[in-house]
Design a protein. Structure first.
Length: 317
């Protein structure tokens, strides 16, 4: 068995190296330059990001997707958000499919994501508040661009938010029902059912308009200067769509968002609906379940803290 494992690992490594060389050739052909791989910057649910550098010191980021037919969507989302957002959004150079794998080459922005930046946890309260204020203003710059319809830009659009969102949420609930008998997921399903049964109360106030949202604006997708504790960019939109503007807010209390006070700072600076806490908690739980159903990966580092926040966000319902 160890021999077979080692052989399989070598074969996979060889395939990966061939793919990287083919991608690098595509990059060099596009720029008419000679780039070399510098390092792997990181990986996430949708793929991996590598840095490539030319002899002159220019660095670009290349995203390599796990799934097909993702790169054009992300390119479109990034370009749309760049027109709306006051915070830096990476510029896209080109997209392509290499050996059956989608790639996206984009501007590299030097920074550390706000979840894994250790310095954040030791920063002075004043610096954390200044960072939270810059995030809140950046988010609001996206949300104040008013749209008229709700839904997926690639599909049917709706006049009412709940006409689009309730069927989507019900589908997620039905998908999680399959896992409700398993101990690890039972509590999540019961919480989802509790929220779903109270949806009419939670969503009693209609959104005044729709906004084209980032879709995954969590601290991991916020780049910061690790020394100055300043916001540098928003990255990695995920299935951006026309939504209730407050749908964008739930990610602000996930990961390190609570410690940084992102969500509370937004509510201090900008008007929100009466039920914003309840709505955002509903969005958070259902979004994590949707991610699990689409990828097979439950992000327990996000979900477990969410479960402890029920009383704070829902109260007596």
């Amino acid at each position: 068995m160890p021999f077979l494992f080692i052989m399989a690992k070598k074969i996979f490594s060889g395939i990966q190296n061939n793919l990287l060389q083919n991608i690098l050739s595509e990059v060099n052909d596009y720029f008419g330059d000679t780039f070399a791989w510098k390092k792997r910057l990181g990986k996430g649910g949708s793929g991996q990001v590598y840095l490539a550098e030319n002899k002159g010191g220019r660095i670009i980021a290349v995203k390599i997707y796990r799934e097909q037919n993702r790169c054009e969507q992300e390119k479109s989302d990034l370009e749309s958000l760049r027109k709306k957002c006051t915070v830096k959004i990476p510029d896209v150079y080109f997209t392509s499919t290499v050996s059956g794998t989608d790639i996206l080459a984009m501007e590299y922005i030097d920074g550390v994501n706000a979840w894994k930046n250790i310095r954040i946890y030791f920063a002075l309260k004043e610096k954390r508040k200044a960072f939270a204020e810059s995030v809140a203003k950046g988010v609001n710059s996206i949300l104040t661009v008013r749209e008229s319809k709700f839904g997926d830009p690639k599909g049917e659009l709706y006049d009412e938010w709940t006409d689009y969102y309730f069927p989507r949420a019900e589908k997620i609930l039905e998908g999680m029902k399959e896992y409700s008998g398993k101990f690890a997921y039972r509590r999540i399903y019961r919480l989802m059912l509790f929220l779903w049964e109270r949806r009419e109360t939670i969503f009693a106030e209609k959104p005044p308009y729709s906004a084209f949202i980032h879709g995954d604006l969590c601290p991991m997708n916020m780049l910061a200067d690790p020394r100055k504790m300043e916001l540098k960019a928003f990255i990695d939109p995920f299935d951006a769509f026309y939504a209730d503007p407050e749908y964008e807010l739930f990610q602000l209390f996930c990961q390190s968002g609570d410690f940084l006070g992102l969500y509370e700072e937004y509510k201090t600076l900008f008007p929100v609906s009466v039920n914003v806490d309840k709505k955002c908690y509903f969005y958070a739980i259902f979004a994590e379940a949707e991610y699990f159903l689409s990828t097979g990966r439950m992000l327990w580092a996000v979900v477990l803290p969410l479960l402890t926040k029920k009383r704070r966000f829902i109260g007596k319902l």
